[in-house]
Structure formats: C-alpha cells, structure tokens
Design a binder for this molecule. Structure first.
Ligand code: NDP
Length: 446
C-alpha cells in the first residue's frame, strides 16, 4: 500500500476500529484521491479528505413497536448526515438485520461521491435500522415505520435531508413512513423520494437504479464498439434493482440467465423473459416468497446457498449486496469470458475482486457510478415536487439516460490511462470528489 494511504487509513481505523466496511470504502477512495491531492495541494492544505471521511452528524435512536401478539419489540434506528456541501443530505434507508453504524457509514460515504457525479445538487446521507421486514405482517411493518418516523421526522425536511429506499425499504415502507411524517408535521412536502405516483412520486423512480446500471454498461461497451444485444447476462438479487436491470436487458436484446436471493440462485438458460419476470415481481413484491419457487415453476436449476458467479456470461450485474463477489468469484467470471461488470449494488466487489478486473482490463463500472441512476431520479423527483409538476415517463427516462451518459464521460475524463484503458474506479472517485471538494473550499472551515 502507498505509505500516504497507509498513514491516512491508520487514522481512520484508530477512530472507529470496528467498522470494516467503512474502512474498505474509504480506502478505495483514498487510493485514487491521495495522488490527485498531491498534484492539487489546495485540497491537501484544507484537509478535505480528512473532513469528507468524518460525518457531519450521526443520529442513533430507539425504535420501540408492538408486534401482532402484543409483545414490545425494540430496534435501533440510524441516520448518517455525511456531507451537505452541494445540497441537502440525500440517500436511502436500509431495513435489514445486518445494519449497523459501520455499514451505514460506508453507504453514506459512497453516496457523497455518487450524488456529486449525478450533476444534481444533492449532499450525501444514509440511514436505516436492524429491523427485518421478512416474515413480518403488513401491520407490523406499518407500526415499525410509524415509530421510526416519529423520531426521524424532527431531523429531516425537503431542504435538510431527504431519505429514500434501499434494501428492505420499497414502496410499501415509503408509504407508511410518509404517512407518519405528514401526520406529525402537518405538511405535504417532498421529504422522501420513491413515493407513489398518486402522492408526489416520479415516474421511472422504481426502475431507475436497474435501468441506469444497464445504460452505464451500454456506455462502457460502446467504447469498444459493442452492445448488450445478444449477450448472456448474470444478475444477482431479485429485489428492486435486479428486477429492473432484467427488464432493461430484455428490452435491449440481452438474455438474463440468473437471479438470486439470500438463500440461493436460479439458473434459467432460456432466459428470464418478460412473462417470467412478471412472475418474479409478483413472487418478491406481493407474495414475498423465495426465489426457489421460480425453479419449481419453470423447471430450471436452483443452487441453494450459492451465488451465480460461476455461470458463463459476457456481462455481470451484481444487484444484491456488499462484498458478494470475492477474488475467486472474479477469477471465475473473467475466466468464463465476462467482458463487462456494472454494479447495481453498493460495493458488491471486494478489493481483491476489483484487482482481478483491473489485471484483466475488463470494463468495470463501480457502484457509485453505475447505480447512480436511482438517486438521480430521486433528485428529479425532488425537482418535480418543488415545481408541483410531474414529468412524463419519456421525459424522466431521457433525463436518466443523459445523466448516465454524463457520469460515464466524467469517469473517462478522470480515469482514462495512457494506453486508452479507462479506470472507472479512479474516474468516479476523482470526478465525484472535485465538485464536493471545491464547494467545501468555498464554504470555509465548516
Ligand atoms: P431489495 O431489498 O429490493 O432487494 C435486495 C435483494 O438482494 C434481495 O433479493 C435480497 O434477498 C438480496 N440480498 C439482500 N441482502 C443479501 C445478502 N446479505 N446476501 C445475499 N443476498 C442478499 O433491495 P434493492 O434491490 O433496492 O438493493 C439491492 C442493492 O442495490 C443494495 O446494495 C443497495 O444498496 C443497492 N442500491 C439500491 C438502490 C435503490 O434505488 N433501491 C440505489 C442504489 C443502490 P432476500 O429477498 O433473500 O433478502
């Protein structure tokens, strides 16, 4: 490791030793940014990197609620307000039993760079709870969301902090959260994104992260005169991001042969066509079942407890969770002829997996660039709420495509190497950093 990176990381780790995911995210950025800062000493003197790695504010609170048998349950709620240099804090809420402070800090840190890349005026934040919506009734989820928002509502606002969804937080949860905010604050404000279309939501917001990750893959492939048409694609996850990634790949003529959940993956060599995808959406969004049922219905293979990275394909779209591709998985993917990886999930590849992609010079779009379409359309939802004027599907989709194109151009601008290879990790990190860093310089030591 570069000695300056090692020195910086020693300070970060000493402050919060028990946050490995946060260390991982910060180190990846530091490796790109420290050499850049050396060439641009104004950032070094103002200690911008040290300040960016420290949240502006961290909120931790108790979330008590009553389950269906009348027993009291207690969860922990969090909101990390990471950086507001270029706009109100913006970033999703995650409800999952693995949620802890370090995971949310990694997500909030990534969000600062991602939001900057979108070209829209949004700062970075993230929040959530260790509450597990799986196996809970709708009424239990509602009571939890109401208790969570009873505390959160005093910290957020359309010009302060605007949360959205993430793992375990979809349309149902956003509805319950919004209802409680409105009831307590007595205002119909654009304080959450991912809202229903009838009450302030934007068209294309549910689709945006998946669609954006596919648009980004197309941009990367175009640099080599290729496209997704006719390509076999490996997708992980079967939630919001995986579903709309699959939909867009189908529309562009590719074939998705895998999807997964936390218990295993299915392999359907014929492809998950629109009819089968509609089944997945009903299974996961309405019936809240397991992906294994897909294999039983369509007679294909189900691999219990495994991830799909040993299946042959030319494109991969990790869309489940962090660190889901390790070095051995990356070796399998590359060995099987994978040419492009576009990350719908946040930090799904371990540092060693990224090393494999870089060694083989494959097209690799890191999450903070490739999955920025979701927050970009959240930003467009905020604009529409401020104007009190909804845009058409076509209008939002064309803005989304334009934003993904612009993020790609920024990555090329800061990440192109002498031999023509584009290091998208470096490009996204520096491209995201510059705007936030310049705003911080202009605003003084705050
Ligand atoms: P969902 O809750 O809709 O779906 C998550 C999917 O990933 C489910 O299939 C889930 O399986 C699986 N999964 C979750 N945790 C694990 C785990 N520990 N191991 C294996 N599988 C797991 O979430 P999203 O689709 O919204 O989010 C997926 C990823 O995309 C996350 O990394 C998120 O941060 C990222 N992202 C999401 C955005 C959005 O707009 N929603 C925006 C940008 C990034 P199961 O059903 O078994 O839990």
């Amino acid at each position: 490791m570069d000695p300056q990176v090692a020195q910086f990381m020693a300070l970060v780790k000493a402050k919060d030793p028990a946050e490995p995911e946060f260390h991982q995210a910060v180190q990846e950025v530091a490796e790109s940014i420290i050499p850049f800062i050396e060439e641009n000493p104004k950032y070094k003197h103002a200690k911008i990197l040290e300040r960016i790695a420290e949240p502006e504010r961290v909120l931790i609170f108790r979330v008590p609620w009553l389950d269906d048998v009348g027993e009291v349950q207690v969860n922990r709620g969090f909101r990390i307000e990471m950086n507001s240099a270029i706009g109100p804090y913006k970033g999703g809420l995650r409800f999952h039993p693995t949620v802890n402070l370090g995971i949310l800090k990694f997500l909030a840190f990534e969000q600062v760079f991602k939001n900057s890349l979108t070209t829209l005026p949004m700062g970075g934040g993230k929040g959530g709870s260790d509450f597990d919506p799986k196996g809970k009734s709708d009424n239990e989820v509602m009571r939890f969301c109401q208790s969570f928002m009873t505390e959160l509502c005093r910290h957020i606002g359309p010009n302060t902090d605007v949360p959205a969804g993430d793992i375990g937080v979809g349309g149902r949860e956003i509805g319950f959260l919004y209802g409680q905010y409105k009831r307590i604050r007595n205002e119909f404000a654009g304080v959450l994104t991912g809202k229903g279309i009838e009450w302030g939501g934007s068209l294309i917001r549910p689709e945006a992260t998946g669609y954006g990750a596919v648009y980004f893959a197309e941009e990367m492939l175009q640099t080599q005169g290729e496209s997704l048409k006719g390509k076999t694609c490996i997708v992980s996850g079967s939630g919001n991001v995986a579903q709309f990634t699959t939909e867009k790949i189908n529309q562009l003529g590719g074939r998705v042969v895998t999807i997964s959940d936390s218990t295993g993956f299915i392999h359907d060599p014929d492809g998950i066509n629109p009819e089968k995808l509609a089944y997945v959406m009903d299974l996961k969004n309405i019936r809240r079942g397991r992906i294994k049922e897909y294999a039983e219905k369509y007679g294909c293979q189900y691999h219990e407890g495994e991830r799909p990275w040993n299946i042959k394909g030319e494109a991969a779209f990790p869309s489940a969770t962090e660190n889901e591709i390790n070095e051995a998985d990356a070796v399998k993917l590359v060995g099987n002829g994978c040419k492009v990886i576009s990350e719908g999930a946040n930090m799904p590849s371990t540092p060693n997996a990224i090393g494999v992609y870089e060694k083989h010079k494959i097209l690799y779009g890191p999450g903070k660039a490739a999955n920025a379409g979701g927050v970009a359309v959240s930003g467009l939802e905020m604009t529409q709420n401020s104007m009190r004027l909804p845009w058409t599907r076509k209008e939002v989709d064309s803005r989304l495509q334009q934003i993904m194109k612009s993020i790609h151009e920024t990555c090329v601008k800061y990440g192109a190497e002498k031999d023509g290879f584009v290091n998208y990790v470096k490009g996204a990190n520096i491209g995201g950093f510059v705007k936030v860093a310049d705003a911080m310089l202009a605003q003084g030591i705050v």
